[in-house]
Design a protein around this ligand. Structure first.
Ligand SMILES: *Cc1c(COP(=O)(O)O)cnc(C)c1O
Length: 395
């Protein structure tokens, strides 16, 4: 206690369903930063085309955890050492974030005598649905450290022309997180249209356009899922017909790299209520652990959905601290900061009592791996995996 529980069989089924909803010519890479747990990667491996990594650390970890699976290396601020690693080890895809990066990759390709396939990460002038304020996390379509504005992309064409070992495979964009299927497909269509026009303007062909991740995950609706079927058929139409007009050549390959919508649903953070208190008329339940294990609700400012697992044993001779039946309770952790809130003002039927257990759902993505785990030096959670099919003896 506290513990993370991952349902690997459920996760594998979910990933299989996503892959089945995608038409031919659309590759499914998993964004490792959402949850790089080696057993999570192992459960996903049979159902994804590859993994997108954003650091040398993720690259080495993914290569060791799921050997042989194609890796796309992206992310801002790659160090000279990381770029050298990507070139030397032959990363399947390299997403280039700036002119300086492209020049470095060119020099490394020459130094190692190795051809390198690159995709240029773009920050195209596209309207996000509802404007930048209309999406939870806008990464582009406005001033951004991610990717390149069109004028920088234009200058990359000259750099590429002078570097015979660099081959332009295509364009990459990851513009927003938290969009539903229709909005994300519409954004994808304008991205493909923009990419085709950009390439045509330079007399180039784009073989591949990466549409990024960002599929919506609604923490207020734990049973809802992104509509992969609708999104998949929209991408199928986009690939088959091109976007500008039916006469235009289609982009041969599209790629998506979702993270959160893949792994969020199959992880739980399970802990116990240490105490229940009342302050100025409001009930607080203090749980073992907190946002140093599960930072997601603090990072996003939401209430993490949870289920109460009542425990009837009570070891003390005095009355058990408890909230009232149906009374709103704020669940906080053990940290000495008012930001350590897992869920605020949630009515709990039957009340929440000291000693009860609480299972926080949707803790499979951007959860433990984004948490400030050493703050206050509480013990780390343990990790448990359900439905693993490795054939290995339990360790
Ligand atoms: C974070 C990220 C993703 C995954 O985003 P999700 O919202 O988890 O789907 C994909 N591509 C890039 C470049 C990213 O930075």
């Amino acid at each position: 206690m506290p513990a993370y529980v991952h349902d690997l069989a459920g996760l594998a089924d979910h990933a299989k369903g996503i892959a089945a909803a995608l038409p031919p010519g659309v590759e499914f890479y998993y964004a490792a930063k959402a949850n790089p747990d080696a057993r999570v990667l192992g459960a996903l491996a049979p159902h994804v085309d590859g993994v997108e990594v954003a650091s040398g650390g993720e690259y080495a970890h993914v290569a060791a955890a799921v050997p042989g699976l194609p890796i796309a290396f992206g992310g801002p601020g790659k160090t000279p050492g990381e770029l050298a690693l990507a070139v030397r080890s032959g990363a399947h895809r390299l997403h280039v974030e700036s002119e300086h990066e492209l020049r470095q990759v060119g020099a490394l390709a020459r130094a190692h005598g190795r051809p390198v396939d690159v995709l240029l990460r773009a920050n195209p002038p596209l309207e996000l649905p509802g404007g930048p304020a209309g999406v939870p996390l806008a990464m582009g379509g406005r001033p951004s450290p991610f990717g390149m504005d069109p004028d920088a992309l234009d200058r990359c064409v000259a750099i590429l022309a002078a570097e015979p070992l660099l081959r332009l495979r295509g364009l990459h964009a990851h513009l927003a997180s938290g969009l539903g299927a229709d909005a994300l497909a519409a954004l994808g269509a304008s991205l493909v249209q923009w990419a085709e026009a950009w390439a045509r303007g330079h007399g180039l062909a784009v073989e591949e356009v990466v549409l990024g991740g960002g599929m919506e995950v609604d923490y207020g609706a734990p049973h809802a899922r992104f509509d992969w079927a609708t999104y998949g058929s929209a991408l199928g139409r986009l690939r088959a017909h091109g976007s500008a007009s039916a006469r235009e050549p289609a982009v041969p390959l599209l790629r998506i790299e979702p993270g959160r919508a893949v792994t969020a649903y199959h992880g739980w953070y399970v802990t116990e209520v240490l105490d229940v208190k009342r302050s100025r008329g409001r009930a607080f339940a203090v749980v073992r652990g907190g946002t140093h294990h599960l930072r997601t609700p603090a990072a996003r400012g939401h209430a993490q959905p949870f289920t109460v697992l009542p425990r009837d044993d009570w070891a003390y001779p005095w009355a058990r601290p408890a909230s009232g039946d149906g009374e709103p309770v704020t669940l906080v952790g053990q940290l000495c900061t008012p930001k350590d809130v897992l869920a605020a003002d949630i009515p709990v039927a039957g009340g929440l009592r000291a000693g009860d257990r609480v299972a926080f759902a949707m803790a499979g993505a951007y959860a433990f791996n984004i948490s400030h785990r050493d703050f206050l030096m509480h013990p780390p959670p343990t990790f448990h995996y359900l439905g693993e099919h490795t054939g290995e003896a339990p360790g």
